[in-house]
Write a protein that binds this ligand. Structure first.
Ligand SMILES: [Zn+2]
Length: 375
């Protein structure tokens, strides 16, 4: 789960637009797409590539699976198709970029070995579709990759609240509840209304003091709307037993993604330390492999900043990644537990625009042409 350059819950609802009713998210998606198209047609990305593409890229992915037909898919930014993954790998190879493991990325950054550009592929949360749909494509290219496992998801007792929220809104006609003493009443009669309701609730939930409150609110709504949020991890995530087999693939690195998928910046320092260190310990005990790399859950500035970066470093993680958008530059070697990534966003699966993405132009515009943002 993330928020990224494209917006945490950015999405489109084809066919649901009515004149004068283009929502802000729709508008933002249109603006982003227009920006990407403008960069594409101007050819500016080709001129900017040597300047902005940096020395490497860490691609960020979540689900990889065939497309679904539903008009209401508020988490669609978190999934791409196997075909788009294949197209991305082919594009990267065409550019002469090495696809490397995180250990090799770490070595190149430490040694300042930038003779060749490199890319890493990383997948958050530990979804089973990473094995069923991504692994075969990665094998076609002999491309190494990392899956960041949330321990509680692999134990099948964690909560993927953003998926539960999608499911309960899909079922609901209206949502009528009280959050923080305020009555929240939302129409959910069609896909456009459901999308608006998702955006509103998602915003309210991300403002909660911790993931405990988020899970309590979402579980309560699930009960009222007949959704079983207790079985989502089992349905979607690899168990420890499955991971034991998956992790033996020579292309696969397993990284840590905390115990409970909490917002670390909202945890006490002791709790945050435990979330990071214990998740690493469990992975190493269960899979008998080092788990030297970390991804911060949510990963945006509200979830991972200077204290978390310092903690990850102190705990001895070799690298840690955020969801802040950006390419890697030589200077990132000094901020190795605050690395940016480049999201492969399900709302923008256009092969034509891949050169714009990998040129670094889009993320540079987003970052105001600042190369490193690690505070
Ligand atoms: Zn996540």
């Amino acid at each position: 789960m993330l928020s990224d350059i494209w917006g945490g819950s950015a999405r489109r609802c084809p066919g649901m637009r009515k004149p004068g009713q283009i929502g802000m998210k729709q508008l933002r998606n249109n603006v982003i797409r227009a920006g990407l198209e403008a960069l594409y047609y101007s050819g500016a990305h080709r001129l900017l590539r040597p300047l902005l593409a940096g020395v490497g890229t860490v691609f960020m992915l979540h689900h990889v699976r065939p497309p679904r037909g539903s008009a209401f898919q508020p988490n669609r930014h978190l999934e791409i198709t196997p075909d788009f993954l294949r197209a991305t790998l082919a594009h990267v190879r065409d550019l002469g970029i090495d696809v490397v493991s995180l250990d090799e990325m770490h070595r190149r950054l430490k040694d300042q070995d930038f003779e060749r550009r490199f890319a890493c592929f990383t997948f958050d949360d530990g979804y089973r579709d990473n094995r069923d749909f991504a692994l075969p494509v990665m094998r076609e290219f002999g491309a190494p990759f990392t899956v960041y496992v949330t321990s509680d998801f692999a134990s099948w007792d964690g909560k993927l609240w953003w998926i539960a929220l999608e499911r309960l809104i899909a079922r609901a006609e209206t949502i009528d509840t009280t959050i923080d003493g305020i009555n929240v009443k939302l129409e959910c009669h069609d896909a456009a209304a459901k999308s608006a309701a998702f955006t509103t609730l998602h915003g309210i939930l991300r403002e909660q003091p911790s993931d405990v409150e988020i899970n309590r609110i979402v579980s309560d709504l699930c009960r009222r709307h007949g959704v079983d949020d207790g079985t989502i991890a089992r349905e979607l995530c690899m168990s420890w037993q499955e991971l034991q087999v998956f992790a033996t693939d020579p292309l696969v690195t397993i990284g840590a993604h905390t115990l409970s998928h909490c917002n670390l910046a909202k945890c006490s320092p002791d709790a945050a330390k435990h979330e990071m260190a214990a998740s690493r310990g469990i992975i190493e005990a269960k899979l008998d492999k080092p788990a030297a790399h970390l991804a911060y859950p949510y990963g945006d500035k509200a979830a991972a900043a200077t204290p978390e970066f310092a903690m990850a470093r102190k705990l001895g993680f070799k690298t840690a990644v955020t969801t802040r958008p950006g390419m890697l530059f030589a200077e990132n070697a000094s901020h190795i537990t605050a690395l940016p990534r480049l999201s492969l966003n399900g709302n923008y699966q256009s092969e034509r625009l891949l050169p714009v993405l990998t040129s670094g132009a889009a993320t540079a515009v987003w970052n105001g042409f600042r190369r490193v943002d690690a505070a």
